[in-house]
Design a binder for this molecule. Structure first.
Ligand code: URA
Ligand code: SF4
Length: 190
């Protein structure tokens, strides 16, 4: 980790900018390849993540890992993080003021990684990142381009675990991501 990452991790670890600091066990800043082409953003740490200090390590994380494998990639090649870095009690959704308080960290992660593609996992991530209020079922599967970055909203893995009929659409979204990744690689001649 270089200095910017160390400073960011340290700042998050000491953060008390919102009430989520009160009941966390560990902060969950994010992890992965600091030069990743692709970044995954979830909503916030759950129980397993809070205990381990790592994003997406519980049941949804295992499904996310399988989906990353389907892209022909390893978890270590991508960057994975969340809208809020501390666990909302009882896994409730982050409140708007909590997401707002935490936004600067996500922005710094974006600036450091400079991903070409961002996969938004679920409606909470989509709403906070794109300020988009439409249902995820309507937004998923279509690219949103903002300032040259490709955003793909898709279902959160925990939604897929609750309702396996959504998996078919999610795989379609991941196929589109894989294709875009290849296009981007070909364009840049790498
Ligand atoms: N759900 C999320 O949104 N993020 C995690 O890190 C784990 C579960
Ligand atoms: Fe700070 Fe974000 Fe944790 Fe709130 S959720 S205390 S803003 S790191």
């Amino acid at each position: 980790m270089n200095t910017s990452w160390q400073l960011l991790t340290e700042e998050i670890k000491n953060c008390d900018k919102c009430r989520l600091c009160e009941r966390r066990t560990n902060t969950v800043p994010g992890e992965g390849n600091p030069n990743a082409d692709i970044m995954f953003i979830g909503e916030g740490p759950g129980r397993d993540e809070d205990l381990q200090g790592r994003p997406f390590v519980g049941a949804s994380g295992q499904l996310l890992d399988r989906m990353i494998h389907a892209l022909g990639m390893e978890r270590t090649e991508v960057y994975i993080c969340n809208v809020v870095k501390c666990r909302p009690p009882g896994n409730r959704n982050p409140e708007p003021d909590e997401a707002e308080a935490c936004k600067g960290y996500l922005r710094q992660q974006f600036v450091l990684v400079r991903p070409k593609i961002i996969v938004l996992l679920g409606k909470v991530a989509m709403r906070y990142v794109l300020q988009e209020e439409a249902p995820i079922s309507r937004m998923r599967g279509s690219w949103v381009v903002r300032k040259g970055v490709w955003f793909m909203p898709t279902y959160h893995p925990s939604a897929l675990l609750r309702d396996s009929s959504l998996k078919r659409d999610a795989w379609e979204d991941f196929k589109a991501v894989k294709q875009k990744l290849e296009e981007i690689k070909n364009d840049s001649g790498t």
